[in-house]
Design a protein around this ligand. Structure first.
Ligand code: FES
Length: 321
């Protein structure tokens, strides 16, 4: 089970940094310092909107040396499930929020000879804390930042400085300026690592260009906060403690079906296979793992699964619930 701690913070500042993105500064609600973090870390922000509760993951933007505040950027999503709209419309300066301690699934690889960061749109956010760390360690790096319109550069003030002149490259697609992934990847020195955060098509483009160039797959890293596909064949889940049997249809997750039927209480934070909070022991059957939390060995052992996103391989699963 995940050991995420949560803590109270206060929103001390909100700035609109593009027409669709706001930056929130969070300070501790108690008179304490915030937990330390490393470049690429994220936190979960819990939002209570009446009887609705959301929990979204956001990358930390500020310097990992800064223990007095966290900064996150929130893009208002067109198809928001509620979280980004809540942050944009309802959160004001002075608002109390509950956040998780930082976690890092996208850390810099210390042995990389050169770090190549590729950002698409709001995917720039994990790289903002990377930049602090890379500068501090005097590491070799380049940032390639792709966005659609000139006013979508969320951090122009921070990035368009003399310090970054030879390290940061911007590509504005509405001006016909696009990153040529094949050219970029084919010229990288041996020992480089590539970190990508953006849309599924950017990720696929990087994977394909890396394959074309013979770039080692284990030196590619992707930041992903959402499970690409939670759907699959229907199956039955049995809750061993109560003996309750539930049908999980092809579009629902085990967690959703349990909640809909009020069949057990399961803690959940991210609901996207990232945080590990919903990890549940498997007593019979095998899971079709979809999460990013369990290691390959843990997945192979089939001893537990994350029921917010993973499914059954067969027709029946018995869980220790
Ligand atoms: S709730 Fe986070 S992994 Fe399931």
């Amino acid at each position: 089970m995940s050991t995420y701690q949560t803590m109270g913070v206060i929103v001390s500042n909100i700035e609109a940094i593009t027409p669709k993105i706001k930056r929130f500064t969070l300070i501790p609600a108690e008179n304490t310092q915030l937990p330390a973090f490393t470049g690429g870390s994220h936190i979960f922000v819990q939002m209570q909107d009446g009887d609705k509760r959301y929990s979204n993951a956001y990358s930390l933007l500020n310097s990992p040396c800064d223990k007095n505040r966290y900064q996150i950027a929130v893009k208002r999503e067109e198809n928001s499930r509620g979280g980004s709209a809540f942050m944009h419309d309802k959160v004001i300066v002075g608002h109390n929020l509950i956040i998780s301690e930082p976690n890092n699934l996208f850390a810099l690889v210390p042995e990389a000879k050169k770090h190549i960061l590729i950002a698409g749109g709001i995917g720039i956010t994990p790289f903002m804390s990377y930049l602090h760390e890379l500068r501090q360690k005097n590491s070799e790096y380049e940032l390639h930042y792709c966005y659609r319109y000139p006013n979508e550069n969320a951090f122009s003030k921070e990035l368009m400085t003399a310090e970054f002149k030879d390290k940061i490259y911007c590509y504005i697609s509405s001006e016909g300026n696009r990153l040529k992934l094949d050219t970029l990847i084919s010229r990288l020195p041996e020992g480089s690592h590539i970190y990508t955060c953006g849309s599924g098509s950017l990720n696929n483009g990087v994977k394909q260009a890396a394959k074309n160039a013979g770039f080692p797959a284990h030196q590619l890293h992707f930041e992903q906060f959402a499970v690409e596909d939670k759907t699959g064949d229907a199956f039955t889940v049995v809750l061993a403690k109560s003996g309750v049997e539930l049908d999980v249809d092809s579009d629902s997750t085990i967690l959703q079906v349990i909640e809909r039927n009020n069949a057990a209480h399961v803690e959940s934070l991210c609901r996207e296979g990232v945080c590990g909070t919903c990890e549940t022991t498997i007593l019979e059957g095998e899971a079709d793992h979809r999460d990013q939390y369990l290691s390959d060995e843990e997945k192979q052992s089939q001893t537990s699964m994350l029921i917010c996103c993973s499914r059954a391989k067969g027709k029946r699963l018995v869980l220790d619930l």
